[in-house]
Each structure stands twice: as C-alpha cells, then as structure tokens.
Design a protein around this ligand. Structure first.
Ligand SMILES: *Cc1c(COP(=O)(O)O)cnc(C)c1O
Length: 433
C-alpha cells in the first residue's frame, strides 16, 4: 500500500479507536481480505471511496437504498423534516402516516410499532410473541439472521431434541435454551419439532427469502407446512422481512408467497431497511389482538427514545411513496434479471460453475452448479474463488457484498449501461479464474 491510499490510512486510524476499525463486522473485509473502502459520498447507483475511486454499488447500504442514493424527492423530504426538528420524544403525524402506509401495503399487518433497527424489531417481536402466547420456545432456521438479540445468536444443538448453542461469546447458554434451530427447507424437522414441543412454541421466525445466506428461497411446501403447524398448535408465524420488505415487491415476500399459496398470511412481520430509506427505522406488526398486548395497552414492555424519529419517518415515507409509482417494481425486476442473466451467461461462457436467483430488486449468486436449499449447502461454496471474484470486481469499480453469504441489491438508479459494465467486468474476472 502506498502512502497515498487514503482508504488504508483511514483504516489504520479507525483501528486505533474503533474495534476492528468498523462499526459492523462485515465492513472490515475479514472474509475477503484487503482494505475496506471508506465511502466519501454516494449518488444514484454509485459511491466514491476515500481515493475518489467510483464504484457501482450493489449493496445499497445492505438493502435500504432501493431508489439509489440521493433521490431528489427523498432528499427534499429529509431536508424539510430536519428543519422542523430532529427528535421530540412526543408523537408526530408523520409516524401515523408511515404506519398507515405500511398497513395499506401489507394486509397481514393491522397495527405496527416503529423502532430504530431490525435487531430491535426482531427482538421486540419475539418478546411480543412470547407475551401474547404465554409460551417460551421459539424456532428459527440455520442461516437466517434476525438481528443480534441474545436469544437469536444461536446455532443448532447436537440433535433435534436439544436446543441451541450460543454463536457469540457473552450469551449464556441459558439465554438460548428456549431457541430451537432447525434446517431451512426441511419439512420433516419442523414437523418433528412441533410433534415434540408444539404446545410450548410461541413463534416460528423465518427469513422467507433468506438474504443472510445470500439468496435461498423458502420452498412453497415448507412455508405452507409451517403455516399449518403454527395454526394447529397456536404458535405465531413471524416473517422477518427486514431485508425482503418492499424490496422483493410492493407486497413484500408475503405478497409473493400469497400469490403461490392462496390465502397465505404470516401472523407477525418484522420490517426494516427499505422502510427507512437509509435512515435508522424499522418496525414490527401483526394483527390487532396481538399488537394490543404491547405497552401501554398490554403487559409486553417495549419502548424507544428515538422510535418513530421525525427525520427517519420522512425518509421512509418518501421512499415508500416512490416505490408505489406505476411500473416501479416491473422496471426494477427487469434490471435485476438482466444483471443475473448476464452474470450467468458470462460464468457459463468461462466454464465457471454458477447459479443465480432474484426477486424484485434483490439477487443472489453462488459459485455452485445448483442453487442451494439450506445453509450447509451454501457453505460448500469455494470461498477462495469467491474472494477472487470479489476483488476482481472491486478493482474494476463494481462493489458487491464482501462475503459470499450476503445478498445483492439493485436500485432504481442503476442504468442498463451500469449493468452492462458490471457484466463485462464479471466476464473478465470469470475468464481469469
Ligand atoms: C438486516 C437484517 C436484520 C437486522 O437489522 P439491523 O437494522 O441491522 O439491526 C434482521 N433481519 C434481517 C432479515 C436482516 O436482513
């Protein structure tokens, strides 16, 4: 590294005061090696690093930036809101408007509470599910991420009958003893779990399209069976749509599954990312009877100093209004499909095993011949090869997630030329592998 590498200089400086130099671990490039890019500014589909190098951005703040950076209508809404005050700790009309907007677009949600991060929303949803059902046990799936609440930092135990083991130091085993971790897309396991623990299960939480293991869809029979089991046993089925919410379509992932399973609805929904448009904002919602268990109406405590923040809600509302424009998701899906089919063709031409999938503005690819169905298969990806692809693209000004188990995101600001340039860059890298 030369002394003129401002990213490297900033990284060295950051490491002196911030653990690992970053405020969220994946940003440190540990998985792929090399120097994290410190972002100076962003506009549309691009951002520029500390060396003023331009990148086509396919992480979009890990999903929120569905309109691209600095969308004029969003910028205006945020600037106006900021002039009226940053935070009051008292209710505002805009919170009501945002709640109404979310409920209008997602029919399974009758009431919603706004919070500041997906972690907070997921954690609160679990507490509410336990409070509303009077039960202790929760079921999640290997490879799904629901934020870093203690009870969710857990991996599968040694057998189906055993509950999970913590995945983080600082989480006592007792705290995860009621969390059962099962294999994604495994119908037999969820049936066995309900057969054994049915009356004690408060909720089953799932990423319906699991973007935290890159891009793995829950199969229709799997979603259908969980729905039946939850109904039969009085457990709540919670869709964690922090990533997929308003990203895979206007009706979110649950709208997509409802189109495949007539009448399908989850009981609870967790949202984040797109609903804040890049500001700290998330939410959880459910039917009225469940949501009315929350304080101040019910006995489940939940609160937040900055919840429903006036600037964040302005940003989220402006974003949600833009994505409701006629043809928005058709255009976004078209771009995303053009990208993934271009990448697939380039990989095939170079003889690189490659599989891709996408929904709306979210995509995933694997350096595997077939799309994986669960976390264990995702983890069979050749990490070294992925890292070569990552760095090859980065050098060519294309920024994808710096880890093979993360989804990618296309925004409305990406142009056909951006996508063509990305595919050309990928073709060069594939040919060099
Ligand atoms: C990002 C994400 C979260 C956590 O949200 P934060 O805002 O990072 O706390 C939870 N669940 C899913 C599915 C996510 O993608």
């Amino acid at each position: 590294m030369t002394t003129t590498d401002r990213n490297q200089a900033l990284f060295e400086r950051a490491k002196r005061t911030i653990p690992g130099g970053v405020n969220s671990p994946v940003r440190a490039f540990r998985a792929v090696g090399g120097t994290p890019r410190f972002v100076k500014r962003a506009q549309g589909a691009y951002f520029w690093d500390a060396n003023d190098k331009q990148y086509i951005d396919y992480i979009g703040s890990w999903g929120p930036m569905i309109l691209g950076h600095g969308h004029p209508a969003v910028l205006e809404a945020v600037q106006k809101a900021a002039l009226d005050g940053f935070s009051f700790g008292a209710p505002t009309e805009r919170e009501v408007e945002l709640a109404e907007e979310i409920i209008k677009l997602v029919p399974s949600i009758e009431m919603v509470r706004l919070v500041s991060s997906g972690t907070e929303a997921g954690m609160s949803a679990i507490r509410l599910a336990r409070g509303a059902t009077g039960r202790k046990k929760i079921i999640k799936f290997e490879g799904c991420y629901h934020g870093h609440a203690d009870a969710l930092l857990v991996k599968a135990g040694s057998g189906l009958a055993t509950f999970g083991n913590p995945t983080s130091a600082g989480v006592p085993p007792e705290v995860v003893q009621h969390t059962l971790v099962l294999e994604y897309n495994n119908v037999e396991q969820i049936e066995a779990a309900f057969a054994e623990h049915g009356p004690e299960v408060a909720c089953v939480m799932i990423e319906p399209i699991a973007g935290n293991m890159n891009f793995v869809r829950a199969s229709v029979p799997f979603v259908k069976r969980i729905r039946e089991l939850c109904t039969q046993h009085g457990a709540l089925f919670a869709f964690d749509e922090v990533m997929t919410g308003f990203r895979v379509g206007l009706g979110s992932a649950q709208g997509h599954y409802a189109s495949l399973i007539p009448g399908f609805e989850p009981d609870m929904t967790v949202m984040g990312k797109v609903i804040g448009g890049g500001m700290p904002l998330a939410a959880f919602g459910a039917k009225r009877a469940v949501m009315e268990q929350l304080a101040p109406l019910g006995g489940v405590y939940q609160a937040g100093t900055l919840s429903g923040n006036p600037v964040a809600t302005a940003c989220g509302l402006a974003t949600l209004r833009e994505i409701q424009q006629a043809g928005f998701f058709e255009a976004l899906s078209g771009k995303t499909q053009a990208l993934v089919s271009g990448l697939k063709a380039a990989a095939d031409a170079a003889g690189v095993p490659f599989s891709v999938d996408s929904q709306g503005g979210m995509f995933g690819f694997f350096m595997l011949p077939e799309l994986p169905q669960n976390y264990a298969t995702v983890m069979t990806t050749d990490g070294a090869r992925f890292n070569q692809l990552f760095h090859g693209l980065l050098e060519r000004g294309v920024y994808i997630a710096p880890a093979l188990y993360e989804a990618g995101f296309v925004s409305a600001a990406h142009t056909d030329a951006d996508i063509a340039q990305t595919v050309r860059a990928a073709a060069e890298v594939f040919n060099s592998l």
